[in-house]
Design a protein around this ligand. Structure first.
Ligand code: ZN
Length: 413
């Protein structure tokens, strides 16, 4: 008799099989090594993988969950979410196969199929209003882009100070996370500085509660990125999320589908949405400002008396991150070419030209993945606020529960 567990196991082998065709697809895998060896030894064609995924979808949809009635409400809820998780991940896997075979969807169709969500379209007016606020916050002559860039340049972490600043930021985020969420004693990460990537930071989960966190130093790293990256990649972002999945879903329940993480899948929206809410879980705005001013600014040799203004400008510029998603929408829908997208990012997101070029490379490589940061953040933040309101202890508890559950974007609203 087919069970969810059988289907989960076959799903994992299909993800590993797609990984043979797409080097970015399998972001992490720490299940049985022989399954990966098997995928490498006997590669399947995309057409065969798609047909097998189709059969698996049918078996999954005909699988009754009457047996759930034997479980308590929370358990039954989790098993129901597990079935939805497998259903949506199989559908996303088939979409990715179609894309690898050259099939193209519109921006919204692709994000819905891969990530279970659509990013509402933002108007240029919205960005113009945010730019106006920044314009007033930054008096002087010259274009806003020039003034903004000159202002930001004053807050670059000198390369020699990067390790100390990042270690301090990660230690503080870790300390505060551990006080709120119990984690296994073995959890650990390694920090590396790298070059030549289209992203600014990456967490590579290794299994056994270990991560490698990489920070890209191709472009200048600004002081506010230290807390952002420490929380997003580490505590309580990707590293902690993966640790809780391994501890509670893989080891305690044996849910093998969580030993593999396909990058182009609904799990990514949860991962990036949670990671983008991570800094807000660790610090309230004033606490973060005090930590940056009193600890990180001196470590970076920056003037602490200007930390408040730096933070205020960063908060005002936060609204412009949505302009990055719109640049991706226009580029992928064919309304803008690469040069047009770079210009859009300079104009509405106030990116320097090298950063805009890096972002366009990211969009070309990862496509609608970009909505996971912006739409993911909105959905996860909305969920936490609905469940916990302003109660911080409750918010940590809801966040911890969300990280160790198969819940996807469609059931966050
Ligand atoms: Zn991330």
């Amino acid at each position: 008799m087919t069970s969810l567990q059988d289907i989960a196991q076959q799903y994992v082998t299909l993800v590993l099989a797609v990984g043979q065709h797409d080097p970015d697809y399998v972001d992490a895998y720490y299940g049985p090594p022989e399954w990966r060896a098997e995928a490498e030894a006997t590669p399947r064609t995309l057409t065969d993988i798609d047909a097998l995924a189709g059969q698996l979808q049918q078996r999954l949809s005909s699988l009754g969950l009457q047996s759930l009635a034997r479980h308590d409400v929370r358990e039954a809820g989790l098993l129901g979410l597990r079935k939805v998780y497998l259903t949506k991940h199989l559908a996303a896997l088939r979409t990715r196969i179609a894309m690898l075979q050259g099939h193209r969807l519109s921006f919204d169709e692709e994000s819905q199929a891969l990530y279970d969500a659509v990013a509402p379209e933002r108007s240029e007016d919205e960005f113009l209003r945010a730019l106006d606020v920044l314009n007033h916050a930054m008096p002087g002559s010259g274009s806003l882009l020039d003034r903004y860039r000159a202002f930001r340049d004053r807050y670059v972490i000198p390369p020699s100070a990067l390790p100390a600043v990042f270690e301090a930021a990660i230690n503080m985020c870790r300390q505060r996370t551990l006080a709120a969420l119990p984690l296994p004693a073995e959890e650990q990460f390694t920090l590396e500085f790298v070059r030549g990537k289209s992203w600014s930071g990456y967490n590579w989960y290794q299994g056994k509660f270990q991560s490698v966190i990489q920070v890209n130093v191709d472009l200048p790293v600004h002081i506010d990125r230290a807390v952002d990256l420490a929380a997003h990649e580490g505590y309580p972002g990707h590293h902690v999320h993966n640790v809780l999945i391994e501890e509670q879903l893989v080891r305690q329940r044996g849910w093998v589908e969580f030993t593999v993480y396909p990058l182009y899948s609904p799990q990514s929206l949860m991962a990036e949405g949670i990671a983008n809410c991570a800094a807000g879980a660790v610090f309230q705005t004033f606490e973060r400002l005090a930590f940056e001013r009193d600890v990180l600014f001196p470590l970076a040799g920056l003037d602490p008396s200007t930390a408040t203004r730096c933070a205020m400008v960063a908060i005002a510029a936060q609204k412009l991150t949505q302009a990055g998603t719109e640049a991706a929408r226009h580029l992928l829908n064919g309304d803008l070419d690469e040069e047009g997208a770079i210009y859009w990012l300079e104009k509405y997101a106030l990116y320097s030209r090298p950063r805009a070029q890096q972002r366009v490379r990211f969009i070309t490589q990862y496509r609608t993945y970009v909505i996971n940061y912006t739409r993911g953040r909105e959905l996860v933040d909305g969920y936490l606020t609905r469940k916990a309101g302003g109660d911080r202890a409750r918010r940590w508890a809801v966040l911890g529960e969300l990280m160790a559950s198969p819940r996807l974007a469609g059931s966050l609203q």
